[in-house]
Ligand binder design. Sequence first.
Ligand SMILES: O=C(O)CCC(=O)C(=O)O
Ligand SMILES: [Fe+2]
Length: 367
Amino acid sequence: MSAVETVTQVSQTLSALNLRGGDQEQKTEPYPYANLLPHFSPEQYPPLTPFKHEDPGFRALKHADPHAFLKNATNVVELTPNLGTEVHGVNLAALDGEGRDQLALEVARRGLMVFRGQHEFIDRGPDSYLEWGRHFGRLHIHPTSGHPKDYPQVHLVYKDAKSSYNFEREDSITSTVWHSDVSYELQPPGLTTFFLLSQPTTGGDTLFTSQISTLKKLSPSFVAFLRTLSAVHSGVEQAQFSRSGKRGGIVRREPVEHVHPLVRRHPVTGEEALYVNRQFTTRIVGLKREESETILKFLYDHVDKSADLQARVKWQPGTVVLWDNRVTAHSAIVDYGKSNERRHGARITPQAERPIPALEGLELPSL
Ligand SMILES: O=C(O)CCC(=O)C(=O)O
Ligand SMILES: [Fe+2]
């Protein structure tokens, strides 16, 4: 083969490869949720201000049949005795105001609800997510997380081959971090909606636990003591994690710390729930450091190992999950890292009331 022939053959091979590359590109579908990819605007937000929260669950209490929103259900399964109901056949996108109120009440009662087949809800897009969330309360804007461009109220979780905006700890043996979302806020979230736009073939389930049941496991005299306590919840570590370059590296609102009762009462159901979590609770007010550390460690260990109080959601395309952030805790499971598949989730996070102490009149010191 002459040098010219060799060059011609090489260039033909290259153009064939290019062509194939081109073909491949044409065949690769554009990502349908590209408009919802994480965006890290450098915008700065002022501190959140207090507001009056009116819980939608109260309205449902007055309804003759608070389960009317489930009338089209084809299957309703209790995931565990302690928390979680899975529903098939109900289209969340079609729920009117009364239906949404009833949903809020049922999520308060069951802690967690999993709705399958919600493609319409998910595909309606971000304006519809905001309209949905506003029914339940003032929408929280996360101080550090990524959000779809122009929609700061939509909190995103995201991981693919190139990037990860999860709250992961490379220096830990576990990805399990039980938490109640943004509990450092003065008025942390209540009825919370979360769904995946993209998910790995396997893995990436989400764990939930009932903080009502966690409390019920403890002896009455210990619970009576816990009711007298309050604890500091801090957003400082999350902000530092972000400032260190992880999770987009943006802090849009200065981190805050607030004191909440260790045992809070749900405003609608009246149930008492443990309200501390390993991610954000830093110390119990008024106790010596060692006492605070020992009690918190005991409570976190109790949550960690109480598999009998937990439910695990396995995601399917079209799954929408709702939880009551006041009476549950949850954790992502990051077991899919090696597959390099995309996991992309969106959360709509209405804030609720300032946590109500189970012990009436409990003094909550301001920091
Ligand atoms: O990614 C998950 O499974 C849970 C994420 C999470 O904790 C949240 O969005 O609040
Ligand atoms: Fe969370």
